[in-house]
Design a protein around this ligand. Structure first.
Ligand code: GDP
Length: 517
């Protein structure tokens, strides 16, 4: 995609690491973030009070800058990742020495791993008499985290946010880890970044805190984020000062948006207001279309009987489960709860021992659920009710068969995996208006190959302004199936005419692969 288009290696300069602190509730994430922030407060007239903008930057004792995302918890981290924004370079995993590894510690480890982000372990609250840092270290082994003092590779430090112990050491370790990662970005290009927080401020209007990820953002730049845009009226640092510019890894508040974007939205600088408006409008339309597409539910086979209730994006498979004894019902429920993933899952509306009753069926029909009878049958009234309401009752006597069936049905609810294969790039040199046909773009294929019927993205000033299909491909007067790099050609696009000279056309193939649970 656009954001992944690499900068030339010689343009890259070292940049500070971006760090997110994660860990179990009450283990001291907020305290640690506050304590670290205070290591760097500029002692000014305001008595060193800094404002919270969602991220801040400090200088480590070794001299390097470090950016902390000041919205603790993996919720924000994962929300951003879900939108494709890789905003964190290093995760600091906070574990309280008096409490040890807890469920959210494990979750944080999983989230960091899923994102491929290295973890630094900060064992917190070591000032407490009941602190057992050794126990934390050994507990972490169960999650395949082996800290250095146990012969492993994971960097670690014992800290106390409260007593302000070893904060400098933590910053040093972070810098060390970041040097291993060799983080770099090109500062000399139009800025791109990610929205960390955004709000509507009564006095200042929409305010977005952004992390600049490459390029440099200047006051006066025209920016687009999600479906919002604006001219940068002012840039405000985490110290509350205005700044004329913000480079890679620098968090900054942007004033001047016409509306508040969303956390996780990507920010890009564009050439002028007209372009910004065009992109924002396109994205607004796209958002509407996507919402409409999500509402369309595809059903087939067994699923025909099942509603696909979506709660917070997750498809649910509603079931009423009746079995001969409570023990087997519990075993079934447990087995079924393991079947789903973050896209689909079972929802047990009711479970219990006994035959399938009329009231079970009515309950199921209200939610379009399927009724499962395990080693039990439906009573006459229940069968009649099922007939009347079109509710399906399925009988099983082997748990394995039951789980397998439900798994297969739920796999049918998974949206296919969409794979994108890059084909080539072309640049529009000239636009020709051809009577009856419409506009034809005269292009030079600059990389790879372009193919008729393939998917295309029109990119203007580094921003995607249209996604669609390549309708016709011509070499002189002839229709051709494909054209390779170095050759000129004529292109037209399905339902799109607003291309211009200078636009880049990215050509790619999309394949959909059916997934199973
Ligand atoms: P969070 O939920 O992870 O953000 O945890 P907090 O930062 O809110 O801390 C939870 C509690 O632990 C608060 O009462 C803090 O004062 C306390 N706490 C945090 N760090 C330390 C520490 O290093 N030592 C001690 N003794 N208490 C701490």
């Amino acid at each position: 995609g656009l954001f992944d288009a690499p900068d030339a290696p010689e343009s890259l300069k070292p940049r500070p690491p971006v760090v997110t602190i994660m860990g179990h509730v009450d283990h001291g994430k907020t305290s640690l973030l506050d304590a670290i922030r205070q290591t760097n407060v500029v002692k000014g007239e305001a008595g060193g009070i800094t404002q919270h903008i969602g991220a801040y930057q400090v200088t480590s004792p070794l001299g390097g800058k470090i950016t902390f995302i000041d919205t603790p918890g993996h919720a924000a981290f994962t929300a951003m990742r879900a939108r494709g924004a890789k905003s964190t370079d290093i995760v600091v995993l906070v574990v309280a020495a008096d409490d040890g590894v807890k469920p959210q510690t494990a979750e944080a480890i999983n989230h960091a791993r899923a994102a491929g982000v290295p973890i630094i372990v900060a064992i917190n609250k070591v000032d407490k008499p009941e602190a057992k840092p050794e126990k934390v270290r050994s507990e972490l082994l169960q999650y395949e985290i082996q800290v250095e003092s146990l012969g492993g590779e994971t960097l670690e430090v014992e800290v106390s946010a409260k007593a302000r112990t070893n904060l400098d050491k933590l910053l040093e370790i972070i810098q060390l880890q970041s040097e291993i990662l060799e983080l770099k970005a090109n500062p000399d290009r139009p800025a791109e970044g990610t929205v960390i927080e955004a709000k509507l401020d009564r006095g200042r209007g929409p305010v977005a805190t952004a992390l600049v990820q490459r390029g440099t953002l200047y006051q006066g730049d025209i920016v687009v984020a999600g479906s919002e845009w604006g001219r940068v009226r002012a840039l405000v640092t985490d110290q509350g000062d205005t700044t004329p510019e913000a480079g890679p890894s620098m968090p900054v508040e942007i004033l001047g948006f016409n509306g508040a974007p969303e956390a996780g939205d990507r920010i890009a600088v564009v050439e002028n207001e007209a372009r910004a408006r065009e992109i924002a409008d396109y994205r607004t339309r796209q958002k509407r279309e996507q919402a409409a597409a999500r509402a369309v539910v595809r059903v087939s086979g067994l699923e025909q009987m099942m509603s696909q209730i979506k709660v917070a994006g997750k498809k649910e498979f509603p079931l009423v489960i009746k079995g001969d004894v409570q023990g087997s019902v519990e075993a079934i429920v447990q087995a079924l709860e393991k079947v789903g993933n973050d896209e689909v899952g079972v929802r047990v509306l009711l479970s219990g021992a006994g035959g399938v009753t009329e009231s079970d069926v009515i309950l199921a029909s209200a939610s379009n659920a399927v009724v499962i009878g395990f080693n039990v049958r439906a009573l006459k009234e229940a069968r009649d009710a099922a007939e009347r309401t079109g509710t399906e009752i399925r009988y099983y006597n082997i748990i394995y068969d039951l789980v397998d069936d439900i798994k297969a049905a739920m796999s049918g609810m998974l949206s296919p995996e969409r794979r994108e294969d890059f084909l080539g790039n072309a640049q529009i040199r000239e636009i020709f208006a051809v009577s009856k046909v419409g506009k034809i773009a005269g292009c030079l294929v600059t990389e790879g190959v372009v193919q008729k019927g393939a998917s295309v993205r029109l990119i203007r000033d580094n921003v995607v302004i249209h996604e669609g299909k390549l309708a016709t491909l011509k070499r002189f007067k002839d229709d051709v199936p494909e054209i390779r790099a170095g050759t000129e050609c004529g292109m037209s696009f399905e339902n799109y005419q607003d291309m211009r000279a200078g636009d880049v056309i990215e050509c790619y193939r999309v394949t959909e692969v059916k997934r199973t649970l």
